[in-house]
Write a protein that binds this ligand. Structure first.
Ligand code: EPU
Length: 302
């Protein structure tokens, strides 16, 4: 979609918003799949209510993009524009055991930065790609921890009230790969409280998680992490593996040989290919185990 209205285009510089015409979502997502649309890069949180009112007034549909690492975007010309936060410098500020982190900060860099300042707890997240905002929205977790446990405050733009609000940790529910944020809430920043731990000890934990991840996940390949959530008490990866589906392909979309819940783009896969593979695998799991798998990956295909 293109922003055609000259009134919108003229208002953007005042709002510190940069317009990037015809951006390829394939270049902005870890799966390297997705069509094109106009992208707005937001440099100042305070301009968001004004920008969103402008877009709503002119009827411009939009979606919020984080790091694009847990996202499958449809092919071709997209029917909505994309908004993305630009990362400020610095994007992490420490005070005692608290880390004030911008939502656009890279998750892995944030974990490493805190570790170097003797703040731990998030070792499991070290290999998880994406932004802090994306991790927060999905309550990203691995190796027995989840980011939600450390959240004390979240700064969020709420489309429902059209305001920036600060929520206390207790006001948000963090569940397995799910939070109580509304789909149109935009994560802006988070205050984490992290346990003190010597850097060397944190590094040890990071090395162990890295090793486990390297041995079980296809890290060098284009993927969006796990495609399906684990059903209660079971492992989606193990079920798909047991059905012998590793290597199953539709076009260049392929079930990873290393971890069966990772579907990789082995070349020039389209969203159509990937969606067909997802529904094929889900159907086979349904008929073999009578289990309905839920997406873990976020799908923007409408
Ligand atoms: N397994 C197989 N074959 C496979 C994959 C896994 O037999 O192809 C078996 C493993 O041997 C193990 C069990 O299934 O006994 C569980 O596998 P794993 O330890 O890899 O964990 P997972 O449940 O598949 C979850 C998260 C990952 C996270 C890891 C580590 C979900 C959907 N996945 O995977 O998160 O990195 O635990 O904590 O919750 C993600 O969210 O995108 C993601 C990759």
């Amino acid at each position: 979609m293109r922003i055609e209205d000259p009134k919108i285009v003229a208002a953007l510089p005042e709002l510190s918003v940069e317009l990037r015409r015809a951006s390829s979502l394939a270049e902005l997502t870890s799966l390297a799949i997705g069509g094109t649309t106009d992208l707005l890069r937001i440099r100042d949180h305070e301009s968001i209510p004004g920008l969103l009112s402008l877009l709503d007034y002119h009827g411009v549909p939009h979606r919020f993009l984080g790091g694009g690492s847990n996202l499958l975007v449809g092919d071709g010309e997209l029917l909505w524009i994309v908004l993305q936060l630009a990362s400020p410098d610095p994007d992490v500020v420490l005070e005692g055991n608290f880390a004030q982190v911008d939502a656009a900060a890279d998750l892995g860099r944030m974990v490493t930065y805190c570790a170097k300042h003797d703040l731990g707890g998030m070792e499991g997240l070290i290999g998880v790609p994406g932004t802090v905002g994306g991790a927060l929205r999905m309550n990203a977790g691995a190796y027995g921890m989840q980011i939600g446990s450390y959240v004390r405050e979240v700064k969020v733009y709420r489309a429902a009230t059209r305001r920036i609000e600060i929520l206390r940790g207790e006001q948000i529910s963090f569940e397995y790969r799910h939070t109580s944020f509304a789909p149109d809430d935009m994560m802006l920043a988070v205050k984490l409280e992290l346990p003190s731990k010597p850097y060397k000890e944190i590094l040890q934990g990071i090395r162990i998680c890295n090793e486990k991840r390297r041995s079980s996940q296809p890290l060098g390949q284009k993927s969006a992490g796990c495609i399906f959530k684990n059903p209660p008490g079971a492992s989606a990866g193990r079920m798909i593996d047991e059905l012998g589906l590793k290597g199953l392909s539709v076009g260049d979309a392929r079930v990873s040989d290393r971890h069966a819940n990772f579907f990789v783009n082995a070349g020039k896969a389209s969203a159509k290919d990937m969606l067909a593979l997802i529904s094929n695998v889900r159907e086979r799991v349904r008929s073999a185990f009578s289990v309905e798998l839920d997406h873990e990956v976020v799908i923007w295909n409408a």
